[in-house]
Write a protein that binds this ligand. Structure first.
Ligand SMILES: Cc1cc2nc3c(=O)[nH]c(=O)nc-3n(C[C@H](O)[C@H](O)[C@H](O)COP(=O)(O)O)c2cc1C
Length: 205
């Protein structure tokens, strides 16, 4: 009986996930272009990954509110334009524990500039997209304060992503309790929410 209930709840979770991925998610790939300004007079970096562009909007609002630097993490091998093909590739990368090559990296010297790092991502397969694993494993966040913002289509607690970030940034103070979660379909109307979140954390220009 217990087994049947477990099986049914797993099935339900899978059906809900499929509906979330197939139904409401944004299905158009944003242009795969570099986005980088590391020249501001600031000790705050906003780094993000995006496929359909929600995190691009959120990251720019945050960087603008603070006057912070901004950096987009891009996979060297572009994700497909097709949503379904992207979902399939991301699933394989996650299952196989791949670390896709990325187009950006920051040296230790570049990282010295920052006390605080805002990390943004869409939830992918209940976790952090694998290119962000590549990025975080390539930098040292020891001693820095980290804030997290993300977008999703149902996994509103970020799934495993927050604990993944804490694991990949062992020496950082990762403020998981303050993470900002916005449903993808609501991002376009969330500029005030995002800016207020930043101000609430004590950051502004
Ligand atoms: C490969 C892939 C996997 C996804 N996995 C999840 C998931 O596990 N849970 C969820 O709630 N949404 C999932 N989504 C939906 C995205 O998190 C959501 O659409 C997000 O707003 C996209 O942000 P972006 O526009 O910055 O790419 C997934 C989307 C893609 C493309």
């Amino acid at each position: 009986m217990k087994k049947t209930v477990k099986l049914l709840s797993l099935l339900l979770a899978a059906v809900m996930m499929t509906a979330a991925l197939a139904g409401c998610a944004e299905r158009t790939r944003a242009p795969q272009v570099d986005e980088q300004d590391l020249t501001k007079d600031t000790n705050v970096l906003v780094v993000y990954f995006t496929w359909s562009g929600h995190l691009d909007s959120m990251a720019h609002w945050i960087a603008d509110e603070i006057g912070g630097d901004i950096l987009r993490v891009l996979a060297k091998e572009e994700y497909p334009e097709s949503y379904d093909a992207t979902v399939d590739r991301a699933k394989k990368e996650k299952n196989d524990g791949e670390r896709p090559e990325i187009t950006v990296s920051l040296t230790a010297e570049q990282m010295n500039k920052y006390d605080t790092v805002f990390i943004g991502f869409p939830v992918w397969w209940y976790d952090l997209p694998m290119p962000m694993w590549t990025f975080l494993e390539g930098i040292d966040l020891t001693g820095k304060t980290v804030y997290v913002f993300f977008s999703h289509e149902g996994t509103s607690d970020g799934g495993s992503a927050l604990s993944t970030i804490s694991t990949l940034a062992p020496g950082a103070a990762v403020n998981t309790a303050d993470a900002l979660s916005v449903r993808g379909s609501r991002v376009k109307d969330s500029e005030n929410v995002v800016r207020e979140w930043v101000r609430g954390l004590g950051y502004s220009k």
